[in-house]
Design a protein around this ligand. Structure first.
Ligand code: IFM
Length: 485
């Protein structure tokens, strides 16, 4: 079995680009299991929290579910061929926990593992280096019924699952990511309730955050036991690039608060030895941190990792409640993650969110690539780890033309701006090893169902026909050239 490390593999460069990327830069695209696989009840898979949530009336637009999704479970060979046609050098996907360990306890299901063995082997045959994410939000429903992430035991269950997956697939996957965007799991899942499991309790959200952190640390330890020494372990965080609306002290204080509960709640224990005092003070009326965090937890969470993944879409502009100008309803709720009467910012519920600008994607997310370079440079300075952009991309209202083609110049522009930002960050000293465009295929966009298309490959949801968009062809040229023209 050939193991190609996406962060060191050579890429084929045939023409001198205007903006060149370093040799070995991983040119990737990303997806997640529940968003693409379908086959929800096949080969021993049991429901995850997202199956249960999607089937709860009113939770997902149009009642959409991931039951069939884009049928990647049955069409993965065709999908990998498409990736190879585009010249991707790496592919980031997630493993479905309930497909591998259906109840979140006990032995692994071989049929579930076989799917990933076949997927990874197909990738390797095509020279595409796999990057596996262990948790992209699909907690086995049985574990939610036992308390979910607010319960400490779930962290231990996660580490057990990580060990099973690592032992079975570690011979062929060179890069592992523990969690994807744990902020969403904790604060959208248990705070605002717009994501599964749809709970709305601020204390549970903070407890979930700690147990996700603990699960990450325990999983790193478990993976190190079973993976080859060459394997690299990462985490993918959607760190918010927080900017105060003005330089006024109240707005800077609002930014500090969001930075604490949005970012440092993860990076504090993962990279800096523990939770920051200001975060604990901001939320002390909600949760008893001394009871929640047991001796040794922060050391466990802080186990060294090899790469840090950033998922970036837009900057976050905030102001203090008393300083807020009147905003449109859309801007005012622009924490970027849907509408809920419950906050996803425990302890900082009054902070006001603003659109960074009016140049927005179909999600209503402002386009501002400077936030990506600022994030990468900041992460490089703060944590000193090699970095991956594990997600970046945009939804637009794509239409299939009369000729059957999908022309998406807005997505080309978005990705070009953001690749330029990555190049800027590298020029400023950040050690960025790869870029994973979100997403390879159009797919199930969580509470928005199939209404938002992020793919560079269009999917006709009735026929499952795949059509590479013009952005896919453009990205293929970028990869071929090794940079921007
Ligand atoms: O689709 C999601 C993905 O699952 C996690 N990051 C953000 C994407 C776009 O919302």
């Amino acid at each position: 079995m050939t193991m190609t490390d996406p962060t060191t593999a050579a890429h084929a460069s045939v023409a001198a680009p205007r903006v060149a990327f370093p040799p070995g830069f991983a040119w990737g695209a990303a997806t997640a299991a529940y968003q693409i696989e379908g086959a929800a009840a096949e080969d021993g898979r049991t429901p995850s929290i997202w199956d249960a949530f999607a089937k709860t009336p009113g939770k997902v637009l149009n009642g959409d579910t991931g039951d069939v999704a884009v049928d990647h479970y049955h069409r993965f060979r065709e999908d990998v061929r498409l990736m190879a046609d585009l010249g991707l050098t790496s592919y980031r996907f997630s493993l479905s926990w309930p497909r591998i360990q259906p109840t979140g306890r006990g032995p692994a299901v071989e049929r579930g593992l076989d799917f990933y063995r076949a997927l990874v082997d197909t990738l390797l045959e095509h020279g595409i280096s796999p990057v596996a994410t262990l948790y992209h939000w699909d907690l086995p429903q049985d574990l939610e019924e036992a308390g979910g992430w607010p319960v400490r035991e779930t962290a231990y269950r996660f580490a057990e699952y990580a060990a099973l997956a690592g032992a079975a697939l570690g011979d062929r996957i060179p890069v592992w990511t523990t969690l994807n965007e744990p902020w969403c799991s904790a604060f959208l899942g248990y705070g605002s309730g717009v994501h599964a499991p749809g709970r709305t309790n601020p204390a549970d959200a903070l407890k979930a955050a700690h147990h996700l952190n603990l699960g990450h640390g325990l999983a790193v330890g478990a993976l190190r036991e079973v993976l080859p020494a060459s394997a690299k372990i990462a985490v993918s965080l959607n760190l918010h690039l927080v900017r105060p609306l003005t330089d006024a002290p109240e707005d800077r204080e609002a930014a500090r608060r969001i930075e604490a509960v949005g970012n440092r709640v993860w990076t504090g224990p993962m990279f800096k030895g523990g939770y920051d005092e200001d975060l604990k003070a901001d939320t002390a009326h909600i949760v008893d941190w001394d009871e929640l965090v047991r001796p040794g937890d922060e050391a466990e969470i802080g186990r060294p990792i090899d790469l840090l993944g950033l998922n970036y879409y837009n900057p976050t502009v905030v102001s203090a409640p008393n300083g807020a100008v009147v905003e449109t309803a859309e801007a005012a709720r622009n924490d970027g993650h849907g509408d809920s009467e419950f906050s996803c910012w425990p302890g900082s519920e009054d902070v006001v969110f603003h659109l960074a600008n009016d140049d927005v994607t179909a999600m209503g997310w402002p386009i501002d690539a400077s936030g990506l370079s600022d994030s990468l440079v900041g992460m490089h300075n703060d944590f000193g780890l090699p970095l991956l952009v594990t997600e970046n991309g945009a939804a637009f209202e794509d239409v299939v033309g009369p000729d059957g083609e999908v022309d998406d110049p807005e997505r080309v522009r978005y990705v070009e701006l953001h690749l330029q930002a990555v190049a800027d960050a590298i020029a400023a000293g950040a050690d960025v090893r790869g870029y994973y465009l979100w997403s390879f295929l159009d797919n199930f966009e969580w509470a928005y169902g199939y209404s938002k298309r992020f793919g560079i490959v269009h999917v006709d949801y009735d026929t499952q026909k795949r059509t590479p968009k013009s952005s896919a062809r453009w990205y293929a040229e970028v990869i071929r050239r090794g940079g921007l023209a």
